[in-house]
Design a protein around this ligand. Sequence first.
Ligand code: FEO
Length: 415
Amino acid sequence: MKAIKITDGIYWIGVNISSNDLFEGIWPIPKGVSINAYLIKGEKTAIIDLVRDWASASTYLLEELKSIGVSPKNIDYIILNHLEPDHTGDLRAFHELCKNAQIITSKKGVPLVKSFYGFEENVKGVGTGDSLDLGAGKGLKFFDIPNVHWPETMATYEESTQTLFPCDAFGSFGALNGFLFDDEISEEDHRSYERESLRYYANIVGPFSNFVLKAINALGSLAIKIIAPSHGLVWRANPGRIVERYKNYATYMNDFAEPKITVIWGSMYGNTEVMLRSVLQGIASEGVLTEVFRVPHDHISYVLASVWESAGLVFGMPTYEYKMYPPMRDALGQMVLKKARHKKVFRFGSFGWSGGAQKEFDAMSEKMQWDMIEPLEFQGAPTEKDLEEGFARGAALAREVKKIPQKSTEFVNTN
Ligand code: FEO
């Protein structure tokens, strides 16, 4: 593997992971993920973020350094924007090769360097307002961007090339299959890549959306030519595109998202599914973009991505043991944790013998600032009248969702 030159004196030394492992032990990555690390050469040499030893990543990083004639022992600074082990897991082994390198991280990162890796000496905490001169015209500035994605996160900015290294911010799932820059892929690939950005955002960053907006604001005064995040594409042709994308994603937590409906359903014996068909027909009669997921069959990672982007949600599930159908409780619990707020919502289902699902649903979603359409429950199988009502309420929800203005120019209604 060879390092890739990003701009004058700056190189990508990351790795593309193809693995059946789950990211964070939770999220599937069928299209892989990149762990981006960078090297900056002035008179002094700095490395920005590392990798974890995952799918031979550490070996690739060393090969990439070798490809540009850099020996680890000549590295002066290891800059850790964020201590999560996907970017630092290799720190102990790598530091063995450059024992004199100073570790630089945010002030909140310093104790984490000790607790994760045992380093206390030659570790420096920096923050907004601090800088580091590497010589030969290369100078770094540091900016605290807390909670994007954990409290200690910072961004590093190289002044001469106007390159921003924001770590998880502006990142994405999806390995970089032979390309690295935003101008190396087609518009069609950008659309597919945007789906993986959305999923990454909804799975990893979503609940911290207000911090994302603060970070964008804090970095807003910088002249930025290149955004080099720690996951996904390096943006050199149009860095504003990923900033705008993230701004829209963050806004979805605080306002109705896009005019789209995500339908999540689960059924034990098919009675809820019969109603589902009528509700879907009602929505379709109004021409609103719809994505349908069945729980527990579909992975919550994809459900969350669709939910995040949608102004409308439909939940179809029966009562089970006086409560919600358990896989739906799990899915709803994830939506609550990820703060998928401000939705127009319709819930339906068979109440079986006793009912109880609606009560639990209301309690769990109480703080989500969801506008509820009157729920529809029926005993056993739905009657013709129930099905007509399901059609009508699906259409009513769709009419509400149609009123929501589209926010992102990248949102595509394929209906
Ligand atoms: Fe990519 Fe929060 O680590």
